[in-house]
Each structure stands twice: as C-alpha cells, then as structure tokens.
Design a protein around this ligand. Structure first.
Ligand SMILES: O=C(O)c1ccccc1NCC(=O)[C@H](O)[C@H](O)COP(=O)(O)O
Length: 261
C-alpha cells in the first residue's frame, strides 16, 4: 500500500469523496451480459505487465484499450492499479472513468486496508478485489460491509478448497473468483475451476445464487467452453486479449464469435 498517498488523503476527507461518487452495477452488468449472449460475461483486464510475463503491451494506452473492450462486448473491465508488479495506476482507472466508458470498473489492487476501498471508490471503482489468501475472514467480512454501504461490489478471490470453504461460510458474498493461477508459483491450471465447483461446493454456490468468475490463463473458445461447463457465469481475462494489436478483435477470437452488443 502506498503510505505516501495515505498521508496525503486522511480517511475523513477521503470518505466524503468516496461517498459522493455514483457507481455502476457491476453484478447487474455481468448478469445482463450472460443473459444476452448465453456465454460467460467478460471482465476484460486493462493490463500492461505482469510478474509472470513481463511487459505484455508496449505503447500501452489504457483508455483506448478500455474503449475497444467495451465496443467488442465486455460486460465489465478490470483495471490494474498496482504499480510495482503490473505497472498499473490509479490515474489509469480515473482516466478510463472520465473518458466516458460505461462498463463498470473493477479496481485490481492488493487491498489490505479499508482506506484503500475509499480511495478506489474516489477514483471511480465500481468493484474491488479481496484476495482470500492474504485476508483473514474478519477482514473480508468487514470490508464487504464497507463496500455494500458504498455501493461497491466485491470480487472475493480464492485458489484452493480451503479458501473456497472459508469464503462460502461468510454471509453476503455475491461474487467469487476462482484464480487458476497459483499466486506463488504463477503456474496456471484450468482444472482448478472445475475442481472447486464440484460436489457440495457447487451446490452451496447454486443455493446462495453466487456468481463465479473463472480467472486467468484463458486463450481460446475451448478454454471458455471448459470453464462454462464447470459452472462459471463470468471470466476475467487479461493477457490473451490485451496482447492483440486490436484488443477488440482479441475478444471475438477468445469467444470464437462476435459478442458485441
Ligand atoms: O498475471 C500474473 O502474472 C499474476 C502473477 C501473480 C499474481 C497475480 C497475477 N495476476 C492477477 C490476475 O488475477 C490476472 O491478471 C487475471 O486473472 C487475468 O489473467 P490472464 O488472463 O492470465 O492475464
């Protein structure tokens, strides 16, 4: 977390800015897209670089990429704001919002402190990411409540059975992301999504009407079909689409068809 920013924006002034922002319905946009296309709704990631792959796109223009994604049928966008590992920024998030992009925006940041939630909202976020691997249950509960009060959606990310069981035991969770990438080894294994949705866990998810997002390592229509068959209603995709000369065409290639509205 950037303590320099935290010093400049004490919580009581930041809260006012966050509360005055009007948000967009992130979960509603995912549901509407799934109904419209019959395919997992796309959360398209504005991603310049990653720890596992280095720089993905030279001449990175976040607004242009966001507009191309929206035009090509993305339901929502994920904007990396972490500087150190992904070369992202809050300026990118703010610029995309100010450019008039209508897709709801997920602020992709390593959130460990409630201050960051207010800051994300003040910069135009409609949803934030909470990573179960780094947050105790109590923080997930507390942060989810703050988000609800602010009108923000929370995407709670899990990677294994233990994290999934922890998150399923928390009341009020509406959106769970299953990351196919192991955050320590960076290895991607799509069968992770399938495994975590089998049996009792899948039943609880259906009962609670939770939307599951498949995350990472998707490149082809077969990959999309695989995670859809496993039970996901949305996918979070970065590398395979952002690397294309035309990221919009990257989306049609990923789904094997034009999904634009
Ligand atoms: O992308 C990485 O290399 C990475 C490494 C370590 C921790 C997290 C990482 N990525 C975060 C993500 O969740 C992905 O950016 C997102 O799921 C999109 O993945 P992809 O389609 O494989 O770019």
């Amino acid at each position: 977390m950037n303590s320099y920013l935290k010093e400049r924006r004490p919580l009581h002034t930041l809260k006012k800015a966050a509360e005055s922002m009007s948000g967009r319905d992130f979960i509603g946009a995912l549901k509407a897209s799934y109904l419209r296309t019959g395919l997992p709704a796309l959360i398209a990631e504005v991603k310049k670089a990653s720890p596992s792959r280095g720089v993905l796109k030279e001449n990175f223009d976040p607004v242009q990429i966001a507009q191309a994604y929206e035009k090509a049928g993305a339901a929502c966008l994920s904007v990396l704001t972490d500087k150190k590992y992904f070369q992202g920024s809050f300026e990118n998030l703010e610029a995309i919002r100010k450019a008039g992009v209508k897709c709801p925006l997920l602020c992709k940041e390593f959130i460990i402190d409630a201050w960051q939630i207010y800051y994300s909202r003040s910069k135009g976020a409609d949803a934030i990411l909470l990573i179960a691997a780094v947050l105790p249950d109590l923080d997930i509960k507390y942060m989810t409540k703050i988000c609800k009060l602010l009108g923000l959606a929370t995407l709670v990310e899990v990677h294994d059975e233990r994290e999934m069981d922890r998150v399923l035991a928390i009341d009020g969770i509406e959106l769970i992301g299953i990351n196919n990438r192991n955050l320590e080894t960076f290895k991607v294994d799509m069968s992770n999504t399938k495994r975590l949705l089998e049996g009792k866990r899948g039943e609880i998810i259906r009962q609670k009407d939770i939307i599951v997002v498949g995350e990472s390592g998707m490149f082809t229509p077969d990959d999309i079909a695989y995670v859809q068959a496993a039970g996901v209603k949305a996918v979070l995709v970065g590398e395979s689409i952002v690397k294309q000369d035309d990221p919009g065409k990257g989306i049609a290639g990923l789904f094997g068809q034009d999904i634009s509205p």
